[in-house]
Design a protein around this ligand. Sequence first.
Ligand code: MG
Length: 383
Amino acid sequence: MKIECIKTHHVRCHLEIPFGFSQWSYDQRNVLLIQVITDTGLSGWGECYGPADVIQAAAEKFYAPRILGMNALETDVIWQHMWRSSLDFARAGVMTAAISGIDMALWDLKGHALGLSVSDLMGGKHREIVPCYATGMYFRDMPEELLLNSLVEEAVSYAKSGYKAMKIKVGKNIPFDEKLIIAMREALPNTILAADSNHAYDLPEAVRIGQLLDKHDYAWFEEPLSPEHLHLFERLQSKVTLPITTGECDQTRFGFKALIESNGVQIIQPDLAYCGGPSEALKIRTLASAHGINAIPHVWGTQLNLAAATHFLATAYHEPGRAEEKPLYLEYDRTENPLRDELFSVIVDVDGNGAKVPTSPGLGVKIDIDKLKEFNVRNTETR
Ligand code: MG
């Protein structure tokens, strides 16, 4: 089964309400999708996280011509071939995002070829339903007093629709963040809450916010510090009891090795559309397990990445194991996203109780080809 053609699809949607976080504000979403097609006509789909037009060039111009004709079922052989071909100048960054999308498409394809789901291919499911948390509460352009109320209302609406866990955004400014952390806990005394600053704080700020999160029983503190300042994480973790999590900006086992060895991170969060793909995510998970910590993916984008993360968590063995295990929560972004909600004819079935692990072959989701044309910005074909 040889790779005969690789298509890339840059898709875009415009958002009715722009959303913001500690770094930026967005009024559109862009994603690069990868389709790998074999000489048997079978194909698989993957997704890349990051700047779609730049990753498209890497996938189309660099990797696609190099893997044509390779055996599509040999996912590790293809991964190593792509990795070594760009190792001298792209050990991390958008080119690794391109590898990730191609690798995800190959896992989907292999599942279709063998009649197995991606979780079957990953070694089997520990669970049929993966518990999830709602990601939302992004900042909007409005006065802070109104914003605070609207964020609390949004969180309460998720709780009413059944979500038992959710994650808020912090990192706007310290006084606002502190009010928000307290207001959320007062409004939702029994909900599992987490906070994500998207690397907005310096160490003294992160300690201050981390201790407030501890006081209000938050479940984890995500990206408190810059990924460039690994030496600060241990100092932060020594001053708080809640787990420090990070990793959505990191890639490959080599990048995560450095992160884990910083000794300041209790949960790592590789994105399967960015860290090197499902092949590399499994290696990262093994590395994490050997250090006594868990890998819980960052999830953004379309149903492809959501499905990949669902399979990954269905097959996750909690480190350390016990009879009544602590849940590993799937990230389920609830912000406006037509590329997640309209582009697919078959989706991952998710509600407040969690995501049902797809059982059909491959990732178990299906693109609506007519919709693909509707969202298309630019597509390429290499054969
Ligand atoms: Mg995050």
